[in-house]
Ligand binder design. Structure first.
Ligand code: GUN
Ligand code: FE
Length: 426
């Protein structure tokens, strides 16, 4: 199809309106006008009759998936070291590997593989951690820009409790390098945006957090970090910030916790009631990372509570806490761990349904990027075309069932096309 952002896609269309409502239209028409959805129709309205039409036949067309949390430099050791808990895993596996991204040759090899696989995935939007290294972070941003995905990428800040091989000299040096990074990439990208990335409270001094707030304000940047992932981590934050009411309060104290600052916090497995209330009040996004929380024995986040409270929530793969970049896998994992939480810890919190998990991986997380993750009119047109012919079976399945099966069984081989904001990527 030639490069035009006015076109029509035909196929079996599935998208969420809200957590419990999945729309399915067989042999429907999805109209893209200037990169944005102009609606889904059973019959093509006359005004679009002459527009270029791509017929995907019996394939499914769904919104692009959003990964609200993953670490590009950890891609190289995914599937390794899964016998450790968070703090030990960071020290023995993660920090030594991330330290290698000070070497641009190594970074190019690692980030090229990462970007290539992200391009081939069903993900169209992602919030990505790089490392503390400015030059290789810019390299990652250049590579992500080329994929056509729309991503937010952060140079990580770390000025305490980190090994000599992966630490910034001082709060001042960390802030200075962050400013240099922002200057270096200013005006450089169409698809790629910077996101402020204090790694987590244990690795950032109060002085650094104060300086990052100034940068956040001056550049109107979004923020990503980690929150209440592991009980040892939470106890440590209490020691480091004795003045904080709870972990999230340590971010909020510095104005880096929603409330006019677009903020996404990964995990949120062990929130207190006060923390939930503050996240809700401030509109903080939860990046629910069920596979990582299982691999690192962190626990099971109270996703049902977050949904019941109408909070902002989406899914993250958290590579390499999670072993791969599939957000479909994150949907299945979210359903499965919610069942375990329900059965083992609290039978008042009902497990997630397939519709809810699909919503989280599309419209729920997509909202962090604006009107993204649905096909309702006005949404940016991110779409993934799925070919499930190989998964078919003699029994008749309706569209919702075919989607359910793809969530559990699909991999890259079933992805037949991808569009981001009306541009075809493959
Ligand atoms: N907390 C601080 N850094 C990390 C990280 O790299 N991964 C995870 N899962 N949690 C963290
Ligand atoms: Fe993480």
């Amino acid at each position: 199809m030639k490069e035009t952002r006015n076109f029509v896609l035909r196929g079996n269309i599935c998208y969420s309106l809200d957590p419990t409502t999945l729309e399915t239209i067989e042999a429907g028409y999805l109209v893209c006008e200037d990169g944005t959805s102009a609606g889904v129709y059973r019959e093509l309205p006359e005004q679009y009759a002459g527009w270029p039409l791509k017929d995907f036949g019996d394939r499914l067309i769904i919104p692009g998936l959003t990964d609200l949390h993953l670490h590009a430099p950890q891609y190289g050791f995914r599937g390794l070291g899964m016998d450790l808990e968070l703090l030990e895993w960071l020290n023995t596996r993660t920090f030594p590997e991330e330290a290698k991204y000070g070497d641009l040759e190594y970074a190019r090899r690692g980030y090229t593989i990462f970007a290539g696989n992200m391009k081939r995935s069903a993900t169209t939007r992602a919030c990505i951690f790089a490392t503390i290294h400015r030059e290789s972070t810019v390299m990652l941003m250049d590579l992500m820009e080329e994929t056509g995905l729309k991503t937010m990428v952060g140079k990580v800040n770390m000025d305490r409790n980190s090994p000599d091989i992966l630490i910034e000299e001082s709060a001042e040096a960390s802030a200075r390098d962050t400013l240099a990074w922002l200057e270096q990439i200013h005006g450089r990208y169409e698809n790629t945006r910077p996101i402020l990335t204090p790694r987590f409270i244990p690795s950032c001094t109060d002085e650094l957090m104060g300086r990052l707030k100034e940068i956040q304000r001056d550049f109107d940047l979004p923020v990503q970090s980690h929150l209440s992932e592991n009980q040892g981590e939470i106890a440590w934050v209490k020691e480091l910030c004795p003045w904080s009411e709870f972990y999230g309060d340590a971010y909020d104290h510095f104005g880096l916790f929603g409330g006019g600052v677009d903020t996404v916090m990964a995990h949120c497995v062990w929130p207190s009631e006060a923390e939930i209330a503050r996240m809700k009040e401030r509109g903080v996004y939860v990046a629910h990372c069920p596979q990582s929380n299982t691999n690192l024995s962190s626990g099971i986040a109270p996703v049902r509570t977050y949904l019941d409270q109408g909070m902002n929530i989406g899914l993250g793969t958290d590579v390499a806490g999670g072993t791969g970049e599939s957000v479909f896998r994150a949907m299945a994992d979210a359903i499965q761990v919610s069942k375990l939480r329900w059965r083992l810890t609290d039978d008042r919190l009902k497990p997630l349904t397939v519709q809810e998990a699909f919503y989280l991986g599309t419209k729920g997380g997509g909202a962090f990027f604006g009107k993204v993750g649905s096909f309702e009119p006005g949404y940016e047109l991110d779409a993934v075309v799925l070919d499930d012919a190989e998964l078919q079976h003699p029994q008749e399945l309706d569209l919702a069932e075919r989607l359910e099966r793809l969530i559990y069984l699909s991999d890259d081989r079933h992805i037949a096309g991808k569009f981001v904001a009306g541009r075809r990527i493959f």
